[in-house]
Design a protein around this ligand. Structure first.
Ligand SMILES: NC(=O)c1ccc[n+]([C@@H]2O[C@H](COP(=O)([O-])OP(=O)(O)OC[C@H]3O[C@@H](n4cnc5c(N)ncnc54)[C@H](OP(=O)(O)O)[C@@H]3O)[C@@H](O)[C@H]2O)c1
Length: 260
């Protein structure tokens, strides 16, 4: 088991990739604090984990609110005594034409994807340092940190900033025994992805830019997050890795490459 007896906080673990990360971490021996805003979904995730013999609790949290984040970390320490791993997975996207984006849209995406990552990292790292224990922070970025889409401007900006936040926190915290890295997926089968690829044409466009030929499962990404939280990645500091099915390496759409 790669995470035996480790205490992990996973944000956005009420659906999608976060649930798979929580489940894979439990399989690897971790005790997991699942968080998110939707209590019924989060409680169901935790009940299912417990039904398989795993150890998990749910704590409601909006990651954009410092009081909520501090509450999660306090509940984690109260229940399990410490925090070893944080996965900053909670994320939202907003798709709109540049001129249609409102200040509220911008603030919403930034407050969850970027500020939430900072707030949770700071609160958990404080405990790790106070307890003088090594720790790991895994940020969930996106291939949209290095590629761009004209109709997802706040998301691209936030995820690009998460890459830089990962590097800066990596530098700041490595001397205090905390490794910070980022897992940045390509397309993954979740509600967030369904909202983006919502019709046949969008799906075709995506497949034209996806060398591996299919959209990733949540479990495929969660396995990379196990690696990033375990000693297998002990020499990684401030890095972003891209499980993206080749999405970020393809210069031209497949349809054009096949003609040549
Ligand atoms: N799916 C993809 O193709 C893809 C690709 C690259 C990167 N990613 C990244 O992977 C992460 C997970 O995405 P997903 O596809 O699994 O999305 P999802 O299915 O929409 O799930 C998003 C999760 O984030 C939580 N969340 C949203 N706003 C929150 C807030 N203010 N505070 C706390 N939790 C919040 C949601 O829980 P509640 O609604 O209960 O709060 C939910 O658990 C995100 O960071 C996303 O950017 C996804």
């Amino acid at each position: 088991m790669k995470l035996k007896d480790k205490i992990a906080i996973v944000t956005g673990a009420t659906k999608g990739i976060g649930v798979a990360i929580a489940q894979e971490y439990v399989k690897e021996g971790a005790k997991v604090v699942c968080t998110g805003r939707t209590v019924e979904l989060g409680q169901k995730v935790v009940d299912d984990i417990r039904a398989t013999g795993g150890d998990a609790i749910f704590v409601r949290c909006d990651v954009s609110k410092k009081a909520d984040v501090d509450h999660v970390v306090a509940e984690t320490v109260k229940t399990y005594g410490t925090v070893d791993i944080v996965v900053n997975n909670a994320g939202v996207n907003h798709s709109a034409d540049f001129f249609e984006i409102t200040e509220e849209d911008w603030d919403w995406v930034m407050s969850v994807d970027l500020k939430g990552t900072f707030l949770m990292s700071q609160a958990a790292a404080r405990v790790m340092v106070e307890q003088d224990k090594p720790g790991v922070i895994v940020n969930i970025g996106s291939v949209m940190a290095i590629l761009a889409l004209g109709d997802q401007i706040p998301y691209c900006a936030a995820k690009g900033a998460v890459n830089q936040l990962t590097k800066a926190m990596g530098l700041s915290l490595i001397g205090r025994g905390i490794r910070v890295n980022c897992v940045s997926p390509g397309p993954v089968l979740t509600e967030l992805m369904e909202r983006v690829v919502h019709n046949e044409e969008k799906h075709k466009q995506l497949m034209d830019r996806l060398p591996i030929g299919y959209i990733a499962s949540c479990e495929e990404i969660a396995r990379v997050c196990v690696f990033m939280a375990s000693d297998d990645s002990s020499y990684f500091v401030g890095q972003s890795i891209y499980p993206d099915g080749g999405r970020s390496i393809q210069a031209f759409p497949s349809r054009l490459e096949k003609r040549s």
